[in-house]
Design a protein around this ligand. Structure first.
Ligand SMILES: *Cc1c(COP(=O)(O)O)cnc(C)c1O
Length: 407
């Protein structure tokens, strides 16, 4: 496997050549959203320019082209994830939407009852926390949280002891967007299954950084957002095991999700359509499949190895700075979180912005995790295939300069 050359990819991403405050853009906010290559931008544009039409219901040529494109995208995504069949792939508007769909459908099913428990982890994004809290409140279910060790990893011994016949669902992120922690999702899902519990993996941060094989992970649901893997916003995926998708009630009503409607009674369509009420984001689905093709042309393992080298280098460089704390384990994926004693992350982020650097500051939608570490937030550098060693070095220098200004 040859090393990925980020300089060969950078011309694919038009935004990377722009300047910010008169300085070249150094984009290190990929965990919030990734930039889009021409291949993806062109797929969206081509859709609207040459075959825009509503899908599934039309006999005319354009409707058939749009339907074919949309359903081909479903197949591409199913293959990418090693799902058993394309019908297991549901188009959503993103990770948040996908988790809410599962919460809504489970909440209407007879799989949950008062006294049951849902387990999440202390690393979770608010979008894998709040929907479960809302569901628990409504149904009299208890939300339990896998504790986080000081190094930002999960205490899986405690997790094992939390599981019981009361556990209905375990919902955990594959990779933490805040600390870059890679969770042992194979263990988490197999333990859940042993106790008869369902498992949901939030893959928002694993889909851009790792080879995903759902048969290896063994989860019942896997969710992600297109925009974090070089595709547009407004499109995301809910993978669900086919038999579960057949069993659960639909989350919302409307067109496309029905088989037959009378005012007295409505029968529902089969998965995936049962979960896709209304006109979907057709162009987004096609662009997402294009983005995954783009990733596969480069090779996800090469991207993964490249990002790993960058993050190791960034950790080494930044850990040498005065008064720094690095969060998370030494083996991270995607994101590196850090802070400096006596300096507010926001002030540092603002100075970095003046120098052309896009980094995230704050709680990263993980307030309970920040509270666990007694902080209000961190600075986070997060990486993609197009980032370079040079940018990591520049970040080190920019941090030194900004720290001198603030101290
Ligand atoms: C970004 C992210 C989400 C939320 O994704 P949306 O696109 O905002 O719905 C959830 N979980 C993780 C780990 C994330 O990184």
């Amino acid at each position: 496997m040859s090393d990925l050359d980020p300089y060969a990819l950078r011309p694919d991403f038009p935004i990377l050549s722009r300047e910010i405050h008169g300085k070249p853009l150094v984009y290190l906010d990929n965990a919030a959203t990734s930039q889009k290559p021409f291949a993806v931008l062109n797929a969206s544009r081509d859709y609207y320019e040459s075959y825009n039409s509503n899908i599934h219901r039309g006999v005319h040529h354009l409707a058939q082209c749009a339907t074919a494109g949309h359903e081909k995208a479903r197949e591409t995504i199913a293959n990418h994830l090693n799902a058993t069949r394309p019908e297991e792939i549901i188009f959503t508007s993103g990770t948040t939407d996908a988790i809410n769909i599962v919460a809504s459908s489970l909440g209407r099913s007879n799989r949950l009852k008062a006294g049951d428990e849902i387990i999440i982890s202390g690393l979770e994004h608010h979008s894998n926390t709040v929907p479960w809290q809302m569901l628990c409140e409504r149904l009299g279910i208890t939300l339990r949280v896998i504790p986080v060790f000081d190094d930002g990893t999960l205490d899986l011994v405690t997790y094992d002891s939390m599981l019981s016949e009361r556990t209905a669902l375990v919902a955990v992120s594959h990779i933490s967007n805040a600390f870059g922690t890679v969770n042992n999702v194979i263990h988490i899902c197999s333990q859940a299954e042993k106790h008869g519990a369902l498992s949901l993996i939030d893959g928002a941060q694993s889909i851009p950084h790792q080879h995903i094989d759902l048969k290896v992970i063994g989860c019942d649901f896997y969710v992600f957002s297109g925009h974090k893997v070089y595709a547009p916003t407004g499109i995301g995926i809910l993978f669900g095991r086919y038999d579960l998708l057949c069993e659960l009630p639909p989350p919302r009503g409307g067109g496309e999700m029905i088989r037959e409607v009378t005012f007295e009674n409505t029968t529902y369509n089969d998965p995936p359509f049962k979960y896709e009420a209304g006109t979907p984001n057709i162009e987004g689905a096609i662009a997402l499949a294009t983005a995954l093709d783009y990733v596969n042309n480069i090779g996800i393992d090469r991207i993964s190895a490249h990002e790993h080298r960058l993050i190791q280098k960034a950790a080494e460089r930044i850990s040498a700075l005065d008064g720094v704390t690095l969060y998370g384990p030494s083996d991270r994926a995607g994101a590196l979180s850090f802070g400096f004693s006596g300096i507010h992350h926001y002030d540092l982020g603002t100075l970095l912005d003046q120098m052309g650097f896009a980094l995230r500051t704050g709680h990263h939608c993980c307030q309970p995790l920040m509270a666990r570490f007694g902080i209000t937030g961190t600075l986070r550098a997060s990486f993609a295939a197009y980032n370079t060693n040079e940018e990591v070095e520049q970040l080190g220098e920019a941090l030194e300069k900004a720290l001198r200004m603030l101290r």
